[in-house]
Design a protein. Sequence first.
Length: 470
Amino acid sequence: MRYNPQGNLIAVGGNDGTITLLHPDEQRQQIINAHQAAINALAFSPDGEILVTGSQDQTIKLWRKDGTLLKTLTHHSAGILDMDFNPDGQTFVAGSYDKTLSLWTRHGTLLSTFKGHQSAVWGVAFSPDGKMLASAGADNTVLLWQIHHPFHQSVHGTGGRALKTIYSHDGQRLVTTGDQDNLLLTSTSDLTIKSVDAQHLVVMNLSLHPTKDQLLSTGTDQTIKIRQLDGTVLQTIQDHDEVVMGADWHPSGEEIISATVSAHIYRWSTQGKKLKRWLAHSAPIWDIRYSPDGTQFATAGNDGTVKLWSREGKLLHTLNHDSVVWRVAFSADGDYLISGSGDKTAKIWRKDGTLVTTLTGHQAAVWGVAFSPDGALAATASIDETVKLWTMDGKLLATLKGHTSGIRSLAFRSDGQVLASAGDDKAVVFWNIANILQLQPLDYACDWVNDYLRTNSQVTKTTRNLCPSG
């Protein structure tokens, strides 16, 4: 049973799966058939507008205070035992028989799963300032958790194999290819996720308009769709011979190029008129990108090559990898190109085709490649579940671990402060680049373990002084 913070509504969870909403001032009650099993936990948001319920049926449900169901969340593999809202009202936590805690936005987006208990999690509670989380387990332990990671923020439930992700110009929205025929639109302000029908059989690639709030999507239905950032389709370009693997706008916004699994390139007017078609590779083309000045474009081929072309379609250079090339990207000034390959490397090239450096260190294919907007960094993402940051001359700066499956796409926010990575684990991770680059590893490690060294009775005196204060 829970009172709402305003004191004018009582919610009672029943063993029969019902919620009873009691309105003491009005002397009335409302009974809702809510769950398929006993309700073990309830929590109101601080503003009293949202009620969350957790049940033995393994689900969490979000309700308006009037009893309207907003969302059903399925994540845990056993019953829910306790729930609590953060004092800021933006997140809530659930503890489960499955030994884990889950952290959610108030809109029902999964942010984190905390694992550490050896038995059921009986109780959960936020600290008054909302920065820490405590959990009590049937294993006779109380664990304290850091809620906000200083280096990244994860959002779960963003679809399946995310082949491409792009930021809007203002950085307020991230668009990601989802499961099969949908697009996932993530608000970067409140982390809400909206799924829209992409009207493709499978979405293969995305490209942002150079100036407008529009994007291109390509798919296995052999079409390009020009759409608004909310997913609304404005125009469909047809008449491809095969699956469209990628497309891009000319920087002027007046032309579009596309590439297909049959290794052909197409040039189109934005009205959908075909200007040219030619065979460009000896195997499927995975990606195609214009240089920022529009004088040339690059293609990534299953034949292990990157090809540079003039705007009109004249082959300028052929650049080689030892395996399929998945993705290409130009630097903001157009002077450099980066390619990611199945040979576990990425390569940085000058626009004249000269190799600058080969980035080695990944343990599996490199899919995601991107340059920071200021041209100071290169980022790579791999099926080995890591993101790596590099200097332009090939020095490894950081290896970032936050995914539990392969990563196929990267996108820098326009200010360069955040890098988004999308993986096969149905998660997007937003990396705080400024914090990562400013990190002093030894100082950070000492800050992290200092309380443990100072207070644990089993730590020897010598070990206790590993991280002296001051």
